[in-house]
Design a protein around this ligand. Structure first.
Ligand code: HEM
Ligand SMILES: *[C@@H]1O[C@H](CO)[C@@H](O)[C@H](O)[C@H]1NC(C)=O
Ligand SMILES: *[C@@H]1O[C@H](CO)[C@@H](O)[C@H](O)[C@H]1NC(C)=O
Length: 326
């Protein structure tokens, strides 16, 4: 037998493991086919190490900057809500086209380099196979796990879109929305009010800049705790780009966010309104009380969000470079 390098030996062992897992999956549940033909094992034959590469890349990046976890989760949300989960958020503007990411509502997204890094390694391994949209979805999932959130499997097979336009970002929900408007905005995309509340729980990670909440500080807002209002004013004294964490544990995925809402200390108007409005208050109370229930509902809603208007076959492509349409 030819001597194998330790690397290829490792790969062989892993490939065997993958086969065993495949067998187990077939026995236990059959091939689970998601809607629209997305599949849990989409890359099993064509790029078996894709998930591992993404996870290692995300873990490495978050080790040096844990605040990027929030960014990756938010990137997936913005990708899916505009034009479906098709990697459109990653496209750079050109001289003829101003892309989504350059909207004033690009809302301080960051972490694009993590996606580029994972994509480059995957292209070396299996060129032209794994879409940028799938990498974004996997990276968000891995960031949630890394910060202590639920672990879950996501179906893959999204194709990348060929459109990314600044004007489309008008379809993102605004932080000034009340619960009725949020229910409508998410309802239009097939989510229940409960699922919308669960998804908002992503605000257990990260920060908002003063620009996103300062309008709450002028005038009377009886839904805002007065001590918390003072904290926010102090933050905003440093200017529009000063950051305020959504909850006390900005890099940990937990249910503290919902507890802040119960204490009238939700950061955005669109956060606090979930507790103010009787239609969503029970869900907030439930998640504040029971983290396991939040985790369960959140992961289900994330999988659902990850399938919003996905493109398949000729409706999309596998981008060579996530920032440029092929
Ligand atoms: C319910 C409607 C939502 C509204 C109105 C909203 C709005 C916002 C705003 C205004 C910010 C702060 C941006 C800034 O000031 O820089 C933010 C941050 C964030 N959003 Fe949302 N969001 C919503 C739902 C979601 C969902 C569904 C997710 C993910 C599943 C999400 C994930 C995040 C994360 C993780 C951050 C922190 C980003 C960071 O620290 O880098 N949001 N959101
Ligand atoms: C977001 O948009 C602003 C212009 O509104 C731009 O200056 C900035 O570079 C963009 N940020 C990213 C990460 O693309
Ligand atoms: C929510 O906002 C809409 C649109 O601004 C407004 O018509 C409605 O009265 C608001 N609902 C509540 C409960 O404040």
């Amino acid at each position: 037998m030819l001597l194998k390098s330790p690397l290829s030996l490792g790969k062989m062992v892993l490939a065997n493991l993958v086969c065993v897992f495949l067998l187990i999956e077939v026995i236990v549940s059959g091939f689970r086919i998601g809607v629209d033909g997305l599949r849990m094992d989409y890359y099993l034959m064509t790029c078996p190490f894709a998930e591992q590469i993404v996870q290692n890349t995300v873990n490495r990046a978050l080790q040096s900057d844990p605040t990027l976890a929030a960014a990756l989760v938010r990137m997936h949300f913005h990708d899916c809500f505009i034009e479906g989960c098709d990697g459109s958020i990653l496209i750079d503007s050109t001289k003829d086209n101003t892309a989504e990411k350059d909207s004033p509502g690009n809302l301080s997204l960051k972490g694009y380099e993590i996606i580029d890094d994972a994509k480059e390694q995957i292209e070396n391994d299996c060129p032209g196979v794994v879409s940028c949209a799938d990498i974004v979805a996997m990276a968000a999932r891995d960031a949630i796990f890394w910060t202590g959130g639920p672990v879950y499997d996501i179906p893959k097979g999204r194709k990348d879109g060929r459109r990314s336009k600044i004007e489309d970002t008008i379809n993102l929900p605004f932080p000034t929305f009340n619960a009725t408007e949020l229910i409508r905005a998410f309802g239009q995309r097939g989510f229940t009010a409960q699922e919308m509340v669960a998804l908002s729980g992503a605000h257990t990670l990260g920060v908002a800049r003063c620009a996103s909440f300062k309008s709450r500080l002028s005038g009377v807002d009886s839904t805002l705790d007065s001590d918390f209002a003072k904290t926010l004013s102090k933050t905003c004294s440093a200017g529009d780009s000063a950051e305020q964490p959504f909850d006390a544990t900005r890099n940990t995925f937990d249910n503290f966010y919902f507890n802040t809402l119960v204490r009238k200390s939700g950061l955005l108007f669109s956060d606090q309104t979930l507790y103010t409005n009787p239609k969503t208050r029970a869900a907030v109370n439930g998640y504040a009380f029971n983290q396991a229930m939040f985790f369960f509902d959140f992961q289900q809603a994330m999988v659902k969000m990850g399938m919003l208007n996905v493109k398949e076959g000729d409706n999309g492509e596998v981008r060579e470079n996530c920032r440029i349409i092929n």
